[in-house]
Design a protein around this ligand. Structure first.
Ligand code: M6R
Length: 364
């Protein structure tokens, strides 16, 4: 049942910290803090490149993983939504890694992509919540997570669980390829293992997120901006808002604003910024200043350092715990999903069963 929560989505949002913790327990040795993966029928060190594919939120998890694997493991990565990848017929290197991500393991396009990738000589690794699924049976290796059943159509805890697994995989890959120092490994692992307690603190922000939701709920269109590994979190935020509140939202990599979307901005368009104080913060800030100058209302998720700079231009600033840039996309997912939930409540939609959607899309 819903354990006293109003919706499964609310319950599942509150499971983020425990699910991240349990999932990490499964892939990290508690004593050595080394990543432990299931036995692989290939060596990570021999993987020349990866192709990542998935649909919807799972695709955005993969998109974060691309930033991680490129930067931390120096692995060349291609990524596309499964509905495109399966028909693209890209040239693939024999022995490459196909990384599939799916909560259900039954999504038609992702499954079809899996079969195509296998047929073109890729090692198939799937990150799945349902380990008895069709995709699990057809994969060379399954990286499970401990998200438990996800009932709400809008994905929440499965997404942060996927990211937790993919972060661990990134560390394992970086080590196997000899490009990540033990010091870097320990640093990233410490940041990951701190996440469950940092995530717990997000729920103290409920009142502020509700206040922000009142602004978003009045809008017809909303823009989400992010950069680097938080750009996919902007995409996730926009998808979640569309999905459950039926408000039109688009996400842009903040640097793309001046290449078109800035012409949309006036004082009716809230701009949700996913902006931790990483090395890209100043760039994002100047993009937000440009939007502000056109009347856009800035609603920012940031940390204390970022807040000092954002307060003068933003209508609302929500201050999250400061975390390492590596894990910021995981932490920032939580308030961004909570915002969509609160807006949906204000709009009175059917939060757990949004119109026209199915939990698992088993037809093309
Ligand atoms: O079961 P899967 O992870 O393969 O599902 C993929 C998408 O259908 C799913 O993430 C969808 O985008 C969610 N409803 C988003 O909240």
């Amino acid at each position: 049942g819903k354990d006293g929560y109003r919706h499964f989505m609310e319950k599942e949002l509150h499971e983020h910290p425990s699910v991240i913790g349990q999932t990490l327990q499964r892939v990290v040795d508690p004593v050595t803090r080394e990543v432990v993966l299931p036995e692989l029928p290939f060596a990570l060190a021999d993987i020349p490149r990866a192709v990542i594919t998935a649909c919807g939120s799972a695709y955005y998890a993969g998109y974060v993983a691309r930033y991680w694997l490129e930067a931390e493991a120096r692995l060349p990565v291609d990524i596309d939504v499964a509905s495109e990848l399966r028909y693209r017929n890209p040239p693939l290197t024999e022995g490459g890694l196909a990384l599939l991500i799916s909560q259900s393991g039954e999504t038609a396009d992702t499954l079809a992509a899996l079969r195509g990738l296998r047929a073109s000589g890729q090692h198939v690794m799937s990150v799945l919540n349902v380990e008895t699924s069709t995709m699990a049976r057809e994969s060379d290796v399954v990286l499970g997570m401990d998200a438990g059943p996800e009932i709400s159509v809008a994905s929440t805890k499965a997404f942060t669980a996927q990211l937790s697994v993919l972060a661990a995989l990134t560390i394992a890959m970086g080590r196997a390829r000899g490009v990540m120092t033990p010091a870097r490994q320990q640093h990233l692992m410490a940041a990951l293992l701190d996440l469950p307690s940092e995530a717990e603190r997000i729920f103290q922000l409920g009142e502020q997120i509700r206040a922000m939701a009142h602004i978003v709920a009045k809008a017809r269109d909303v823009l989400y901006l992010g950069r680097g590994s938080c750009f996919p979190i902007a995409l996730e935020g926009a998808l979640k808002l569309k999905e459950i509140s039926y408000i039109h939202a688009e996400a842009y990599a903040a640097g793309e604003m001046k290449h078109g979307p800035i012409s949309l901005i006036d004082d009716t368009v809230p701009i949700v910024a996913v902006a931790p104080s990483t090395i890209l913060f100043d760039k994002t800030l100047s993009n937000l200043q440009e939007a502000r100058a056109r009347g856009g209302k800035i609603l920012a998720f940031t940390d204390e350092t970022g807040a000092e700079r954002l307060r003068e231009i933003a209508e609302a600033v929500i201050v999250l715990p400061h975390v390492d840039a590596f894990v910021a996309p995981i932490l920032y997912t939580i308030p961004v999903q909570m915002l969509a939930y609160e807006v949906a409540l204000l709009r009175g939609t059917d939060v757990d069963q949004p119109r026209n959607l199915a939990k698992s899309v088993t037809v093309e």
